[in-house]
Design a binder for this molecule. Structure first.
Ligand SMILES: [Zn+2]
Length: 76
């Protein structure tokens, strides 16, 4: 299992997610963002993400860098 925080996944807090694969990690972060949709910091973070997603190339770059971070993490 690998560990990443909400912040490392373009979120707004230090909650940790534990997952085997990057897809799983992304899924957990998405679910968390929805659970936190009443929290202003998370709303801001999500809006920033939406802005980024308007640019597919920037989105790809972001996604690749986060995926690389995930891959470089040690297994728990
Ligand atoms: Zn969070």
């Amino acid at each position: 299992m690998k560990t990443m925080t909400c912040k490392e996944l373009a979120g707004a807090c230090d909650v940790e997610f534990h997952a085997e694969t990057f897809d799983e990690m992304a899924e957990m972060s998405k679910k968390h963002a929805m659970e936190m949709s009443g929290d202003q910091a998370h709303i801001d973070a999500m809006e920033q993400m939406m802005q980024l997603m308007k640019d597919p190339e920037a989105t790809n770059r972001w996604f690749e860098s986060v995926q690389k971070t995930f891959e470089s993490l040690p297994e728990d």
